[in-house]
Write a protein that binds this ligand. Structure first.
Ligand code: CDP
Length: 245
Protein backbone atom coordinates (compact mmCIF):
# COMPACT_ATOMS: atom_id res chain seq x y z
CA UNK A 1 0.00 0.00 0.00
CA UNK A 2 1.43 3.34 -1.06
CA UNK A 3 5.10 2.44 -1.01
CA UNK A 4 5.52 1.25 -4.59
CA UNK A 5 6.99 3.50 -7.26
CA UNK A 6 4.66 3.52 -10.24
CA UNK A 7 4.07 5.45 -13.44
CA UNK A 8 0.34 4.66 -13.16
CA UNK A 9 -1.82 7.82 -12.91
CA UNK A 10 -4.43 6.99 -10.27
CA UNK A 11 -6.34 10.25 -10.77
CA UNK A 12 -5.87 12.56 -13.76
CA UNK A 13 -6.31 16.35 -13.90
CA UNK A 14 -10.01 15.89 -14.75
CA UNK A 15 -10.62 13.75 -11.67
CA UNK A 16 -10.85 10.54 -13.69
CA UNK A 17 -9.44 7.29 -12.25
CA UNK A 18 -7.15 4.79 -13.98
CA UNK A 19 -10.15 2.69 -15.14
CA UNK A 20 -12.15 5.71 -16.38
CA UNK A 21 -14.38 6.10 -13.33
CA UNK A 22 -15.19 9.22 -11.34
CA UNK A 23 -14.18 9.25 -7.66
CA UNK A 24 -17.68 8.34 -6.45
CA UNK A 25 -18.49 5.83 -9.18
CA UNK A 26 -18.62 2.08 -8.50
CA UNK A 27 -17.52 -0.52 -11.05
CA UNK A 28 -20.15 -2.35 -13.10
CA UNK A 29 -21.98 -4.76 -10.78
CA UNK A 30 -24.11 -7.73 -11.84
CA UNK A 31 -25.69 -10.10 -9.31
CA UNK A 32 -27.64 -13.25 -10.08
CA UNK A 33 -29.51 -15.27 -7.45
CA UNK A 34 -29.54 -19.06 -7.83
CA UNK A 35 -27.87 -21.11 -10.53
CA UNK A 36 -26.35 -24.04 -8.60
CA UNK A 37 -28.69 -27.05 -8.70
CA UNK A 38 -27.06 -28.96 -5.85
CA UNK A 39 -26.91 -26.06 -3.41
CA UNK A 40 -29.78 -24.96 -1.15
CA UNK A 41 -29.03 -21.39 -2.17
CA UNK A 42 -26.55 -19.76 -4.50
CA UNK A 43 -25.50 -16.52 -6.12
CA UNK A 44 -23.07 -15.26 -8.73
CA UNK A 45 -21.57 -11.78 -8.74
CA UNK A 46 -19.50 -9.77 -11.17
CA UNK A 47 -18.07 -6.72 -9.44
CA UNK A 48 -15.88 -5.00 -12.02
CA UNK A 49 -13.55 -7.80 -13.11
CA UNK A 50 -14.18 -9.87 -9.98
CA UNK A 51 -16.19 -13.03 -10.71
CA UNK A 52 -17.39 -14.96 -7.69
CA UNK A 53 -19.74 -17.90 -7.16
CA UNK A 54 -21.31 -18.72 -3.78
CA UNK A 55 -23.10 -21.91 -2.73
CA UNK A 56 -25.01 -22.25 0.56
CA UNK A 57 -25.83 -25.62 2.13
CA UNK A 58 -28.05 -26.19 5.15
CA UNK A 59 -29.23 -25.99 7.80
CA UNK A 60 -27.78 -29.53 7.86
CA UNK A 61 -26.14 -32.01 10.24
CA UNK A 62 -22.79 -30.90 11.58
CA UNK A 63 -19.68 -32.96 10.88
CA UNK A 64 -17.55 -33.23 12.94
CA UNK A 65 -20.32 -33.51 15.56
CA UNK A 66 -18.35 -31.83 18.36
CA UNK A 67 -18.61 -28.55 16.44
CA UNK A 68 -22.39 -28.48 16.85
CA UNK A 69 -24.16 -26.26 19.36
CA UNK A 70 -27.26 -27.52 21.18
CA UNK A 71 -28.61 -23.95 21.52
CA UNK A 72 -28.26 -22.70 17.96
CA UNK A 73 -27.23 -23.45 14.43
CA UNK A 74 -23.70 -22.46 13.43
CA UNK A 75 -22.44 -20.59 10.39
CA UNK A 76 -19.32 -21.76 8.55
CA UNK A 77 -17.72 -19.81 5.72
CA UNK A 78 -14.99 -20.86 3.31
CA UNK A 79 -13.53 -18.23 0.98
CA UNK A 80 -11.42 -19.89 -1.69
CA UNK A 81 -9.51 -18.41 -4.60
CA UNK A 82 -9.05 -20.55 -7.70
CA UNK A 83 -5.38 -20.93 -8.70
CA UNK A 84 -6.28 -19.27 -12.04
CA UNK A 85 -8.16 -16.34 -10.47
CA UNK A 86 -5.11 -14.06 -10.34
CA UNK A 87 -2.30 -13.22 -12.79
CA UNK A 88 0.33 -15.20 -10.94
CA UNK A 89 -0.93 -18.74 -10.21
CA UNK A 90 -2.14 -18.98 -6.61
CA UNK A 91 -1.18 -22.03 -4.58
CA UNK A 92 -4.43 -24.05 -4.16
CA UNK A 93 -3.68 -24.69 -0.47
CA UNK A 94 -5.60 -22.37 1.90
CA UNK A 95 -3.50 -19.25 2.50
CA UNK A 96 -3.45 -17.13 5.66
CA UNK A 97 -5.22 -14.45 3.60
CA UNK A 98 -8.07 -16.85 2.67
CA UNK A 99 -8.41 -17.96 6.29
CA UNK A 100 -8.62 -14.30 7.39
CA UNK A 101 -11.17 -13.41 4.71
CA UNK A 102 -13.30 -16.47 5.57
CA UNK A 103 -13.31 -15.30 9.19
CA UNK A 104 -14.20 -11.66 8.49
CA UNK A 105 -16.98 -12.63 6.06
CA UNK A 106 -18.42 -15.05 8.63
CA UNK A 107 -18.33 -12.36 11.32
CA UNK A 108 -19.92 -9.86 8.92
CA UNK A 109 -22.79 -12.28 8.16
CA UNK A 110 -23.44 -13.48 11.73
CA UNK A 111 -25.43 -10.38 12.83
CA UNK A 112 -27.73 -10.93 9.83
CA UNK A 113 -28.60 -14.63 10.06
CA UNK A 114 -31.06 -16.06 12.60
CA UNK A 115 -29.92 -19.58 13.42
CA UNK A 116 -31.37 -20.18 16.90
CA UNK A 117 -34.33 -22.08 15.40
CA UNK A 118 -31.88 -24.66 13.99
CA UNK A 119 -29.93 -26.09 16.97
CA UNK A 120 -27.26 -28.75 16.23
CA UNK A 121 -27.12 -27.78 12.56
CA UNK A 122 -24.71 -25.88 10.36
CA UNK A 123 -25.17 -23.49 7.47
CA UNK A 124 -22.14 -23.74 5.18
CA UNK A 125 -21.20 -20.93 2.81
CA UNK A 126 -18.72 -21.82 0.07
CA UNK A 127 -17.20 -18.90 -1.81
CA UNK A 128 -15.27 -19.57 -5.01
CA UNK A 129 -13.35 -16.64 -6.46
CA UNK A 130 -13.06 -17.40 -10.19
CA UNK A 131 -11.43 -14.10 -11.09
CA UNK A 132 -10.01 -11.50 -8.69
CA UNK A 133 -9.42 -7.81 -9.29
CA UNK A 134 -9.40 -6.07 -5.91
CA UNK A 135 -12.32 -5.98 -3.50
CA UNK A 136 -13.11 -9.69 -3.54
CA UNK A 137 -14.08 -9.80 0.14
CA UNK A 138 -16.80 -7.18 -0.38
CA UNK A 139 -18.06 -8.76 -3.59
CA UNK A 140 -18.05 -12.19 -1.89
CA UNK A 141 -19.89 -10.88 1.17
CA UNK A 142 -22.60 -9.27 -0.96
CA UNK A 143 -23.04 -12.49 -2.99
CA UNK A 144 -23.04 -14.65 0.16
CA UNK A 145 -25.93 -12.59 1.57
CA UNK A 146 -27.95 -13.16 -1.59
CA UNK A 147 -27.13 -16.89 -1.54
CA UNK A 148 -28.23 -17.15 2.13
CA UNK A 149 -31.51 -15.41 1.29
CA UNK A 150 -31.90 -17.71 -1.73
CA UNK A 151 -31.44 -20.71 0.63
CA UNK A 152 -34.34 -19.39 2.73
CA UNK A 153 -32.20 -18.81 5.82
CA UNK A 154 -34.08 -16.40 8.12
CA UNK A 155 -32.27 -13.06 8.16
CA UNK A 156 -32.64 -9.73 9.94
CA UNK A 157 -31.35 -7.94 6.84
CA UNK A 158 -28.99 -8.59 3.94
CA UNK A 159 -25.41 -7.45 4.32
CA UNK A 160 -24.34 -5.23 1.46
CA UNK A 161 -20.65 -4.54 0.92
CA UNK A 162 -18.37 -2.13 -0.93
CA UNK A 163 -14.91 -0.73 -0.30
CA UNK A 164 -13.92 2.91 -0.10
CA UNK A 165 -10.36 4.15 0.03
CA UNK A 166 -7.81 6.81 -0.72
CA UNK A 167 -5.73 7.27 -3.85
CA UNK A 168 -3.93 10.38 -5.11
CA UNK A 169 -4.90 12.08 -1.80
CA UNK A 170 -8.59 11.69 -2.67
CA UNK A 171 -11.30 9.54 -1.05
CA UNK A 172 -12.66 7.13 -3.66
CA UNK A 173 -15.52 4.63 -3.89
CA UNK A 174 -14.90 0.96 -4.79
CA UNK A 175 -11.13 0.43 -4.87
CA UNK A 176 -9.86 -1.61 -7.83
CA UNK A 177 -6.75 -3.78 -7.87
CA UNK A 178 -4.37 -1.03 -9.14
CA UNK A 179 -5.72 1.43 -6.57
CA UNK A 180 -5.38 -1.22 -3.88
CA UNK A 181 -1.73 -1.84 -4.81
CA UNK A 182 -0.61 1.75 -5.51
CA UNK A 183 -3.13 3.81 -3.50
CA UNK A 184 -2.98 5.09 0.06
CA UNK A 185 -5.85 3.29 1.80
CA UNK A 186 -8.40 0.51 1.29
CA UNK A 187 -11.43 0.24 3.59
CA UNK A 188 -13.83 -2.67 2.98
CA UNK A 189 -17.26 -1.96 4.48
CA UNK A 190 -20.14 -4.37 5.13
CA UNK A 191 -23.45 -2.76 6.06
CA UNK A 192 -27.07 -3.72 6.72
CA UNK A 193 -29.10 -0.81 5.31
CA UNK A 194 -32.43 -1.61 6.95
CA UNK A 195 -30.87 -1.88 10.39
CA UNK A 196 -28.29 0.86 9.72
CA UNK A 197 -25.53 -1.40 11.14
CA UNK A 198 -21.96 -1.84 9.97
CA UNK A 199 -20.84 -5.48 10.23
CA UNK A 200 -17.47 -5.28 8.47
CA UNK A 201 -14.93 -2.49 8.70
CA UNK A 202 -11.27 -3.01 7.91
CA UNK A 203 -8.59 -0.50 7.02
CA UNK A 204 -5.34 -1.08 5.18
CA UNK A 205 -3.39 2.20 5.01
CA UNK A 206 -3.41 5.46 6.95
CA UNK A 207 -6.21 8.06 7.13
CA UNK A 208 -6.69 11.22 9.20
CA UNK A 209 -9.76 11.21 11.52
CA UNK A 210 -11.66 13.39 8.98
CA UNK A 211 -10.69 11.15 6.07
CA UNK A 212 -11.70 8.11 8.11
CA UNK A 213 -15.20 9.51 8.67
CA UNK A 214 -15.56 10.46 5.01
CA UNK A 215 -14.32 7.04 3.89
CA UNK A 216 -16.88 5.24 6.10
CA UNK A 217 -19.65 7.43 4.67
CA UNK A 218 -18.54 6.84 1.08
CA UNK A 219 -18.31 3.07 1.76
CA UNK A 220 -21.80 2.99 3.36
CA UNK A 221 -23.24 4.92 0.39
CA UNK A 222 -21.63 2.32 -1.91
CA UNK A 223 -23.24 -0.45 0.15
CA UNK A 224 -26.65 1.17 -0.37
CA UNK A 225 -26.14 0.96 -4.14
CA UNK A 226 -25.08 -2.69 -3.88
CA UNK A 227 -28.11 -3.45 -1.67
CA UNK A 228 -30.48 -2.36 -4.43
CA UNK A 229 -28.77 -4.79 -6.84
CA UNK A 230 -28.94 -7.62 -4.27
CA UNK A 231 -32.69 -7.09 -3.89
CA UNK A 232 -33.08 -6.86 -7.67
CA UNK A 233 -31.30 -10.23 -8.09
CA UNK A 234 -33.71 -11.94 -5.69
CA UNK A 235 -36.67 -10.17 -7.24
CA UNK A 236 -35.64 -11.34 -10.72
CA UNK A 237 -35.39 -14.95 -9.57
CA UNK A 238 -38.53 -15.14 -7.44
CA UNK A 239 -40.92 -12.73 -9.10
CA UNK A 240 -39.90 -12.65 -12.75
CA UNK A 241 -38.68 -16.17 -13.53
CA UNK A 242 -41.23 -17.99 -11.37
CA UNK A 243 -38.53 -19.37 -9.04
CA UNK A 244 -37.60 -22.16 -11.45
CA UNK A 245 -33.79 -21.78 -11.20
O1 CDP B 1 -9.72 -8.88 -2.72
P1 CDP B 1 -9.62 -7.99 -1.52
O2 CDP B 1 -9.33 -6.54 -1.90
O3 CDP B 1 -10.79 -8.13 -0.59
O4 CDP B 1 -8.39 -8.52 -0.66
P2 CDP B 1 -6.83 -8.09 -0.72
O5 CDP B 1 -6.11 -9.05 0.18
O6 CDP B 1 -6.71 -6.62 -0.42
O7 CDP B 1 -6.40 -8.39 -2.20
C1 CDP B 1 -6.45 -7.43 -3.21
C2 CDP B 1 -6.30 -8.07 -4.55
O8 CDP B 1 -4.99 -8.61 -4.70
C3 CDP B 1 -7.21 -9.26 -4.83
O9 CDP B 1 -8.54 -8.90 -5.13
C4 CDP B 1 -6.50 -9.87 -6.02
O10 CDP B 1 -6.86 -9.20 -7.21
C5 CDP B 1 -5.04 -9.61 -5.68
N1 CDP B 1 -4.39 -10.85 -5.18
C6 CDP B 1 -3.49 -11.49 -6.03
O11 CDP B 1 -3.24 -11.00 -7.14
N2 CDP B 1 -2.89 -12.66 -5.64
C7 CDP B 1 -3.17 -13.21 -4.44
N3 CDP B 1 -2.60 -14.35 -4.07
C8 CDP B 1 -4.09 -12.56 -3.59
C9 CDP B 1 -4.67 -11.38 -3.99
Amino acid sequence: MGGRESTLVLLDENGIRCDGRKVDEPRRIMIKAGGLKNADGSAYIEFGDNKILVGVFGPRDVHPKHMSNTDTGILRVRYHMEPFSVGERKNPAPSRREIEISKVIKEALLPAVILDKFPRTAVDVFIEVLQADGGTRCAALAAASVALADAGIPMRDMVAACAAGKAADTIILDVNNEEDQAGQADMPVGYMPNLDKITLLQLDGVLSPEEFKKCVKVGVDGCKLVYELQKKALHEKYFQNGGDQ
